[in-house]
Design a binder for this molecule. Structure first.
Ligand code: FNR
Length: 189
C-alpha cells in the first residue's frame, strides 16, 4: 500500500511536516508513506494548463494518481488551509483524470492553538466533496498546542497523539482496501 502525503507548510521547522515524519514512522507494516513536494509548483494559471501541464505539475499529478491513498497534513492559516496547499490541490483538480477522484484520503494538522487546525480541516473536507475524494471520518487528528508535543529535534513525543496517528493510518488503509478491493492483501504463498 502506497500513501502519498502532502504537507501544507514549507518551513524547515514545521510542526506539520514533523507530524508527517511521525506518520511515516508509525505506518503499518506493508504501508509506505511518500512525500510529494508542493513548494516548487507554479501559481495556478489556467493559460499554463491550456498550453499543457508544466512538467513539475504533471509529475505531481502522476504522483497522486499512482497513490493507493492520500494523506494531507495542513497548518491553519487565517482559519483556512495555506495558499501553497490550495494551489497544489487546484493543479491536481483539473481534467483529465483528476487524481483525487474516488481516492481514500486522511487529513491531519498541527497548530499552536487549542483547536489544532479544526477550522482548516473542515474547509479541506468541503474541497474534497467537489473532488469526489473519500476522506475517512475518524479519527480526526487535530494536534492542538502542538509545540508542547514535539522535542527540540522535531520528534513527536506525545504518546496520545502518536496513537491517534496510528489509528488514523489503520483506518485509512482499511478504507482504501474497501474502496479498491484489488488492494486486499495477497494470500500468503
Ligand atoms: C497562522 N497561524 C494560525 N494558527 C491557527 O491555529 N489558526 C489560524 O488561523 C492561524 N493563522 C495563521 C496565518 C498565517 C499566515 C500564519 C503564518 C500562521 C499559526 C500557525 O498555526 C503556526 O505558525 C504553525 O506553526 C504553522 O504550521 P507549521 O509551519 O509549524 O507546520
Amino acid at each position: 500500500m502506497k500513501i502519498v502525503a502532502l504537507s501544507g507548510s514549507l518551513r524547515r521547522a514545521s510542526l506539520n511536516t514533523a507530524s508527517l515524519r511521525a506518520a511515516q514512522e508509525l505506518a503499518p507494516a506493508g504501508t509506505v508513506i511518500e512525500v510529494a513536494e508542493i513548494g516548487g509548483l507554479p501559481h495556478y494559471d489556467d493559460d499554463l494548463r491550456a498550453a499543457g501541464y508544466p512538467a513539475e505539475v504533471q509529475r505531481f499529478r502522476d504522483r497522486l494518481a499512482g497513490a493507493d491513498a492520500l494523506l494531507i497534513v495542513t497548518p491553519e492559516y487565517n482559519y483556512s488551509i495555506p495558499g501553497v496547499l490550495k494551489n497544489a490541490i487546484d493543479w491536481a483538480s483539473r481534467p483529465p483524470s483528476q487524481p483525487f477522484d474516488g481516492k481514500a484520503v486522511a487529513i491531519m494538522g498541527a497548530s499552536p492553538g487549542l483547536l489544532g487546525t479544526a477550522r482548516a480541516q473542515y474547509q479541506l473536507r468541503q474541497m474534497l466533496v467537489f473532488l469526489n475524494a473519500h476522506p475517512i471520518n475518524k479519527p480526526e487528528v487535530m494536534i492542538g498546542q502542538a509545540a508542547t508535543k514535539f522535542d527540540a529535534e522535531g520528534r513527536l513525543v506525545d504518546e496520545t497523539t502518536r496513537d491517534m496517528i496510528r489509528q488514523m493510518l489503520a483506518s485509512l488503509t482499511a478504507w482504501a482496501r474497501r474502496l479498491n478491493p484489488a488492494l486486499t492483501d495477497a494470500p500468503a504463498a
